[in-house]
Design a binder for this molecule. Structure first.
Ligand code: ADP
Ligand code: MG
Length: 376
């Protein structure tokens, strides 16, 4: 876990003074409901213990320039941009610029600021370090400037930043999870209406997250392809979004490959609803089967898994303490999530990684002594 002073120390080292504000936001893991959040569907994410911290102060230069350092990107030389002149650079500072621009467009006068970021959310592992950064920054600016901003609006502004200035066509799940969820309660979210309910993890269970070590470098292009396939499927079915279709067989009747893509989305929405019921009833076998079925659908119909992730999921599913397991996040590498019996996740994770190989890494439960330097 990051110490609460990680961002503070980076700020003091970079700027030689103390910050005015310290804020944080967690990464997230999605239990079920994958690739449904850009067609108005259902998702069930929860926060993870790892989080992104930000230390902020108003800039002193008077030139309208923001200076931002990240412990996860060098940690010393600040990236800079001018308020009102935010432009895409293709680097991490775009997430910061995107948030500033989105906030300014709501009419908030954002002052120039100095900021330091430090995170132990693994970056690019499908646990949403990007939303953690956006939400932490929005919370930090809210505290620094003192304007009202509710948690749902924070999520919407984070997504806008990522969609527009960064240019990643992501849905709303990550930002909603980072802004509203905690690490023991799942957020059952209707991404069409943004209505949400909190659903506690069943008694006697625990979450296990393992990184496959396969980087999803090329994921942006594949993600876009899947997104456009889902849009084509909705158009072919004559609906606004696949959320409007209930019968997987109707979706699956479309020509390939969009038929199987649509079948995944439609069946996955039904699985989220069934998983929420199973969680409320404490029906662990049913919940486990739904997670397993979600993985099979992502592998066979949506085709966003890679062989190592399939192997890791199969190893997890074969562990005696695992109730269900699946890939989590956008796919093409990244992490898997499993539900285990309570207090069994760490031991199960160690067994699974021992069989999988050295690239595997247990991310949740978080190790003590995990630092932002390691969280790169
Ligand atoms: P994920 O959200 O699954 O971790 P993304 O590709 O969506 O992966 O976002 C990762 C990107 O977000 C990084 O490449 C970087 O640009 C930015 N980012 C996330 N966390 C930080 C951080 N702590 N410091 C600087 N940039 C960060
Ligand atoms: Mg992300």
């Amino acid at each position: 876990m990051a110490t609460s002073s990680a961002a503070l120390a980076v700020f003091e080292r970079a700027f030689g003074r103390t910050p005015d504000v310290l804020e944080r936001a967690p990464g997230r893991v999605n239990l079920i409901g994958e690739h449904t959040d850009y067609s108005g569907g259902f998702v069930l994410p929860m926060a993870i213990p790892q989080r992104t911290e930000i230390a902020l102060a108003r800039a002193t230069g008077g030139d309208g320039v923001c200076r931002v350092v990240s412990a996860n990107h060098g940690g010393r030389a600040p990236a800079m941009f001018e308020i009102g002149r935010e432009e895409r650079t293709g680097t991490w500072i775009d997430y910061v610029q995107g948030v500033v621009k989105a906030l300014r467009e709501t009419g908030v006068l954002v002052p120039a600021f100095d900021a330091a970021v430090a995170s132990d959310v693994p970056i690019g592992a499908g646990l949403s370090s990007s939303a953690a950064l956006e939400v932490a920054l929005l919370r930090g600016l809210r505290a620094l400037v003192g304007f009202p901003l509710d948690d749902v609006t924070i999520a919407q502004l984070g997504r806008k930043a990522e969609n527009e200035l960064v240019g990643a066509p992501v849905g709303i799940m990550d930002q909603m999870a980072s802004s509203l969820a905690d690490a023991t309660t799942a957020l059952f979210l209707d991404t069409r209406t943004l209505a949400y309910e909190r659903v506690p993890l069943p008694d006697d269970t625990e979450i296990l997250v393992i990184d496959s070590g396969v980087a999803h470098d090329h994921a942006a292009g594949d993600y876009r392809t899947r997104r456009s396939e889902v849009e084509r499927a909705a158009a072919a079915l004559g609906v606004k979004e696949l959320r409007d279709i209930d019968d997987p067989a109707v979706a699956g009747a479309l020509k390939e490959p969009i038929g199987r893509r649509a079948r995944h989305v439609v069946s996955e929405n039904a699985r989220v609803l069934a998983a929420v019921r199973a969680m409320r009833e404490g029906d662990l076998p049913a919940l486990g089967k739904l997670m397993d079925a979600s993985h099979a659908s992502l592998r066979d119909d949506f085709q966003v898994t890679v062989p190592d992730v399939d192997r890791l999921v199969a190893l997890a599913q074969g562990d005696p303490e695992v109730i269900g397991a699946r890939m989590t996040g956008g796919g093409f590498g990244g992490a898997i999530v499993a539900l285990t019996r309570r207090q069994k996740a760490a031991a199960a994770g160690a067994r699974i990684v021992a069989s999988y190989g050295p690239r595997g890494r247990v991310l949740v439960p978080a190790r003590d002594g995990w630092t932002s330097e390691e969280g790169r």
